[in-house]
Design a protein. Structure first.
Lengths: 257, 360
């Protein structure tokens, strides 16, 4: 049988979502961002709401998210994505508005915007990719960098006494009444990808139901910044990141777990 | 039919914003402009017109809310006073870079730092020389009365959408706080979402239909050639503003031998100084720039053929005087007079300064 007899639309079982463009991803090979992008776009595609969706991109590795996501996107100033999304959601209450942010963006410079958008219970989704480091600027210490973890600005390892403890933004905002759904996921294995997708779907369903703010943290790797191979970085993430940033739901349907 | 009211400048601006069909206001309280958000919150514009009003957690959040809403084609306003505007400058630079229409109001107080809550015009440099980072300018309107506080909101939105650029209304604590009669225009309808998409759907992030490519709002371009083209495009816009949308007012300039250049509250006070001077037999005129960018540089240069000297009157230590000097091209003496610290010069002081510094 010729291969062309098999490649027919009726035999197709899987294809890339049209909401991801064909632009090659600018992320390092092995990085979790591509998967997180893909899951977000798949969910919006499967819900059939791409025409009603407005994304907000951050400053950081995913600053160019608009090159890869085939939807209307605004690129926000560093840390301000939740404020930008607030205004879009207030002016267009029927739309699906989400931010896609890293840990430097969301948990350092954008702490105030994050906490207040959460506290107001804005009807938006926040996708928070936490890899414990500033990737784009070349591997500096982030608010989420673990104790003892080396970075270009903590070259001898993060010292709690002088640099503070890694910030658990997700637990922090889960305590705010305006926040309806908080979960921490990963995208480094098949199993975790399936779970993360379900979580993202739940988050966007909450927007549909006007439930308020949904917050999906994705603990991810940064093999370049961590100076590891992709496989090593995933093992290191499981052994070091997951104990401090444990996976699972933190708040569901407005109730803390 | 317009409606006559007695209002504070800040309140007149807020009421005019509702009436001209503003879609959203995002702000943060700061003296001497808090009446803007107080008035809006009291008026419940969400019930009157569906306008969104939100008190943000900071000026930084407020300006980024403006950025977000403006990127969807909405008519968005924010207001603050000097220290708050300093905080907003990052967002304003992003809006200039991303080519977003919005109106920003600065009810100026004295600085630097926390300075004073009294009126000042010390933010001239910040307003007309860029302010934030990068190659950009703001179209700057300077109201000199409560009536202009009201009228300039709509004018500012017209310019903002004509050029897809942020526009600044540069007021001050005097114009913002004083009460005057004001004629308010009747209520205009806000654009429906359908009409908005029809008008701005080619660039605004309103959700991507299958019929068009995705819209992206960004000020980023990592390719140098493309970034340079972006900057050139901005410069073309500013050149066009200078050609098409310069605004100024000449008072008693026809036979003037001496000229005062002043804007905003200083222009108001200088007008009285001109009257006092004329009563004394001094042929003095007033040129009031209504827009500070574009600046009436050709008009000042032309007047140098006629006047013996120019006094730039400002509530600051001498800022606009630099532009007046550049415009006058050193053909006649140009001096500065102004008070700072929140002290407002009197017409007598201005006339005395003219006599001492220019007439001699």
């Amino acid at each position: 049988m010729d291969i062309l007899d098999i490649i027919k639309p009726e035999n197709q079982v899987f294809c890339k979502t049209k909401l991801m463009t064909d632009t090659p991803l600018s992320y390092c090979p092995g990085c979790g961002h591509g998967t997180a992008h893909n899951l977000t776009m798949e969910v919006i595609d499967e819900m059939g709401v791409s025409e009603e969706t407005i994304g907000v991109a951050p400053v950081g590795c995913s600053v160019l998210a608009y090159d890869f996501m085939n939807i209307d996107i605004t690129q926000a100033a560093h840390g301000r994505a939740p404020a930008v999304a607030t205004a879009i959601a207030r002016c267009w209450p029927e739309k699906y508005v989400f931010t896609y942010q890293g840990d430097g963006d969301l948990a350092a410079i954008g702490t105030a915007e994050t906490i207040h958008a959460c506290n107001r219970g804005e009807n938006i989704v926040i996708i928070f990719v936490n890899n414990g480091i500033y990737g784009m600027t070349g591997g500096q210490m982030a608010p989420t960098t673990l104790e003892g973890m080396k970075s270009s600005t903590s070259p001898y390892g993060r010292e709690i006494e002088t640099m503070g403890s890694p910030l658990k933004m997700t637990e922090l905002i889960a305590n705010l009444p305006g926040v309806y759904y908080v979960t921490r996921q990963a995208v480094h294995t098949h199993k975790s990808v399936r779970k993360a997708k379900k979580a993202i779907r739940k988050a966007f369903e909450n927007t549909r139901l006007k439930k308020g703010l949904s917050f999906v943290e994705i603990v991810s790797n940064c093999n370049s910044g961590w100076k590891m191979t992709p496989i090593e970085s995933n093992i290191w993430m499981e052994e070091n990141m997951f104990p401090y940033f444990p996976l699972g739901d933190i708040k569901v349907d407005g109730k803390l777990k | 039919m317009s409606e006559l009211k007695l209002m504070k400048g800040n309140e007149a601006l807020a009421e005019a914003a509702i009436r001209c069909g503003t879609d959203a206001y995002f702000g943060y309280p700061i003296t001497p402009q808090s009446e803007v958000i107080e008035y809006l919150m009291t008026e419940r514009p969400e019930k009157r017109t569906g306008m969104v009003v939100l008190q943000a957690e900071s000026e930084i959040a407020a300006i980024n809310m403006v950025y977000g809403a403006a990127g969807t084609g909405k008519k968005v306003l924010t207001s603050s006073s000097s220290p708050g505007i300093s905080l907003k400058l990052e967002g304003i630079s992003y809006m200039a870079g991303a080519e977003l229409p919005a109106v920003i109001v600065n009810v100026v107080r004295g600085g630097p730092g926390l300075g004073t809550i009294q009126p000042s015009q010390a933010d001239y440099f910040q307003s007309v020389k860029g302010g934030g980072h990068g190659d950009y300018k703001l179209y700057v309107l300077a109201p000199a009365s409560v009536q202009e506080m009201a009228d300039f909101v709509e004018d500012a939105f017209d310019i903002a959408f004509k050029y897809r650029a942020p526009v600044l209304i540069l007021s001050d604590g005097l114009i913002g706080q004083m009460m005057e009669k004001v004629y308010l225009k009747p209520q205009q309808e806000r654009l429906t979402n359908e009409k908005l998409i029809e008008k701005h759907g080619d660039w605004a992030t309103t959700g991507k239909p299958k019929t068009r490519e995705r819209n992206i709002i960004t000020s980023l371009d990592l390719q140098s050639e493309k970034m340079e083209a972006r900057v050139r495009n901005l410069m073309k816009k500013y050149e066009r503003m200078e050609k098409e949308d310069l605004r100024y007012e000449k008072i008693n300039c026809d036979d003037a031998e001496y000229l005062i250049v002043a804007y905003g509250s200083s222009a108001r006070i200088s007008q009285k100084a001109v009257e006092l001077g004329r009563a004394k037999g001094i042929k003095v005129g007033l040129l009031r720039p209504i827009t500070l960018f574009p600046f009436p540089k050709d008009q000042i240069l032309e007047l140098t053929n006629q006047v013996k000297g120019i006094l730039s009157v400002e509530l600051n230590a001498g800022q606009m005087v630099e532009d007046v000097r550049l415009s006058a091209q050193f053909k006649v003496p140009v001096e500065h007079f102004g008070r700072t610290g929140g002290i407002i010069h009197t017409p007598e002081e201005i006339l005395e300064a003219l006599e001492q510094k220019i007439i001699k």
